[in-house]
Design a protein around this ligand. Structure first.
Ligand SMILES: CC(C)(COP(=O)(O)OP(=O)(O)OC[C@H]1O[C@@H](n2cnc3c(N)ncnc32)[C@H](O)[C@@H]1OP(=O)(O)O)[C@@H](O)C(=O)NCCC(=O)NCCS
Length: 180
């Protein structure tokens, strides 16, 4: 069985999803502001969220973002498994947060820990991230996290066609920024 990885930030615990997280997951994944920006079909029921936990969020290096104190699952964040570029071992970060928690720097805090985990614990050489051009909040998270813009491409997913901006952060750049 794969190792159960648990990470921690100042305000959150990042741990594997469990089926009992479905009600919390549904609370933000039913919201079109979250689903449309993340490229998912909006969840239609708690049962739908249970299915997503089993089919999608049980993948390795995929985490429930749990608020410390309340124990509530307020987001999802992790690595999608997408491999891009020719920089050596790489992966791509994806994330979504319950709108009630937006604008407090939480996802930037979570991404910082995912970068540490990816470069230090997983030995990645490059970490990618992307956002639809019409998603300025995600763009800011990516910029604040130190990624460099690479290119824009049209991507087709569950929510149609979107011009998507791709960014990369190399281990050496991350270390040069005073990490590791
Ligand atoms: C993207 C998302 C995870 C950001 O989470 P968050 O915890 O609110 O992010 P942070 O607070 O760390 O940073 C958000 C930044 O975006 C800025 N921002 C938010 N809305 C904005 C807008 N409409 N225009 C410009 N900037 C905006 C905030 O001011 C902040 O930047 P600042 O620190 O320079 O002020 C959250 O908005 C979300 O879940 N969105 C829906 C799902 C999604 O987009 N997933 C990513 C797909 S690529």
């Amino acid at each position: 069985m794969a190792e159960r990885i648990v990470l921690e930030t100042a305000r959150t615990i990042l741990r594997p999803f469990q089926i009992t997280d479905a009600a919390d997951l549904y609370e933000f994944s039913r919201d079109r502001r979250v689903a449309d920006a993340a490229g998912w079909p909006a969840h239609k029921s708690v049962a739908d969220s249970q299915k997503v936990i089993v089919a999608v969020f049980s993948a390795p290096n995929t985490f429930a973002v749990v608020e410390k104190g309340s124990g509530k699952v307020i987001g999802s964040a992790g690595f999608t498994g997408a491999v891009r570029g020719a920089f050596g071992p790489s992966d791509e970060i994806g994330y979504a947060l319950h709108p009630d928690w937006w604008g407090r720097g939480i996802m930037t805090e979570v991404v910082a820990e995912l970068l540490r985990f990816g470069f230090e614990d997983r030995g990645l050489e490059a970490i990618w991230c992307s956002h639809y051009t019409e998603n300025p909040a995600s763009r800011r998270v990516i910029e604040k996290s130190g990624f460099s813009y690479v290119a824009a491409e049209t991507v087709v997913d569950d929510n149609g066609e979107h011009l998507t901006r791709f960014y990369v952060l190399l281990r050496q750049q991350w270390k040069g920024d005073g990490h590791g």
